[in-house]
Design a protein. Structure first.
Length: 368
């Protein structure tokens, strides 16, 4: 087997001449990782860590000037493998979709390091920012590493409220980005304060907002979140899937999106996987003027039933859904007769291009 490169003796001599014995491990660490706003330092015996134990230390400790409101102060803060991999990848492959989730990330320090690196590189490539899922791993192993069961870092990850607070504290970093989509998904939040602040801080370029699996219905947070979105003019696709919403929440939702002082133009709405939404909620939704701007609507796995099919059939030919192009009604409890009538009515809808009615009554015997 042939190995390309200088002989081992020459390589050793070169290293010995360029760096001292005490500096070799630090030199290799900096070479292995992309340069950072806050300096990566190699673990050693003085710090009580083993070889290869990369830590992240604020430049201010080395006489530098950390200009990005660095939260990494005091002792060196250990980053997860997931954060280190992302930081190394940033320089050669600028991120478009930035996803902050656990695993592989583990802490607010991980998220702070990632924001710092993207800011340091001056990247303007990020278009999608997603926070979560966080802390919901069924494996119960939260070190953020691809390690084995002997790992000595199997410690608790930061809770969802800490993560939301960390993202909010970095608003000066990400708010100038030309984001198109912002998502918060499956965060087990204890309070809604930081989430509301995040929604108020979103740049006007964001046209897709996904708030998924946050328990907005049971926690009574839907009104606060929607009020936070009203202050910025935007055409919005809003996804509220898996939030335990009920008809009473739709009743709260409709005045907010149709109020005279609202700057929102709702072009898309997803209430999928909210079985508490019934034909009553559907009637409320389609009765407001805001529904006339809907281009896409997803009501999959809502409990609409046959009555919901009748409501839709009445509205499809009316100005209430004049702009609707895509309608998803997967598994909503329609029977075969309702399906046939709805499809027939959809054929005469002015703008409708696609309708999904799978997993309903057409799967019963003899529906054709």
């Amino acid at each position: 087997m042939k190995i390309w490169g200088p002989p081992a003796s020459k390589r050793s001599a070169t290293v010995s001449e360029s760096v001292g014995d005490d500096q070799r491990s630090d030199a290799r660490a900096v070479a292995f990782d992309a340069p950072l706003l806050c300096m990566p330092v190699q673990g050693n015996a003085d710090r009580g860590s083993g070889p290869g134990d990369l830590r992240y230390k604020c430049m201010s400790h080395f006489g530098g000037n950390c200009s990005d409101a660095c939260r990494i102060t005091g002792p060196t803060t250990k980053l997860s493998d997931g954060a280190r991999r992302f930081i190394r990848r940033c320089a050669r492959d600028p991120p478009v979709d930035l996803s902050l989730e656990n695993p592989p990330l583990r802490s607010a320090a991980d998220i702070g390091a990632i924001f710092s690196e993207v800011s340091r590189l001056g990247l303007d490539s990020v278009r999608t920012l997603t926070v979560g899922p966080w802390g919901s791993s069924a494996l119960g192993h939260t070190c953020g590493s691809s390690c084995d069961n002997d790992c000595d870092m199997d410690e608790e990850c930061d809770d969802a409220d800490t993560i939301a607070s960390c993202v909010m504290s970095r608003v000066a970093t990400w708010s100038p980005w030309h984001l198109r989509s912002f998502s918060v998904t499956d965060l087990r939040l204890g309070n809604v304060t930081d989430l509301v602040r995040l929604l108020r801080s979103l740049p006007g370029t964001v046209h897709t907002i996904r708030l998924i699996g946050l328990g907005l219905g049971p926690n009574g947070w839907i009104e606060q979140c929607l009020s936070a979105l009203k202050s910025t003019p935007r055409q919005l696709l809003l996804d509220l899937a898996r939030n335990g919403l009920q008809d009473k929440d739709v009743e709260i939702l409709t005045p907010l999106i149709s109020a005279a002082d609202s700057m929102l133009t709702l072009t898309g709405l997803s209430l999928s996987c909210n079985p508490g939404v019934t034909n009553i909620g559907l009637t409320l939704l389609l009765s407001v003027s805001a529904s006339a701007s809907l281009i896409t609507c997803d009501l999959s796995e809502c409990s609409l039933g046959v009555e919901g099919a009748h409501v839709l059939l009445d509205r499809l030919k009316s100005p209430a859904l004049a702009s609707l192009q895509e309608l998803s009604l997967y598994r909503v409890g329609f029977d075969a007769e309702s399906i046939c009538r709805l499809v027939e009515g959809a054929a005469h809808a002015p703008a409708l291009r696609a309708i999904n009615v799978t997993a309903n009554g057409q799967h019963t015997v003899g529906w054709v």
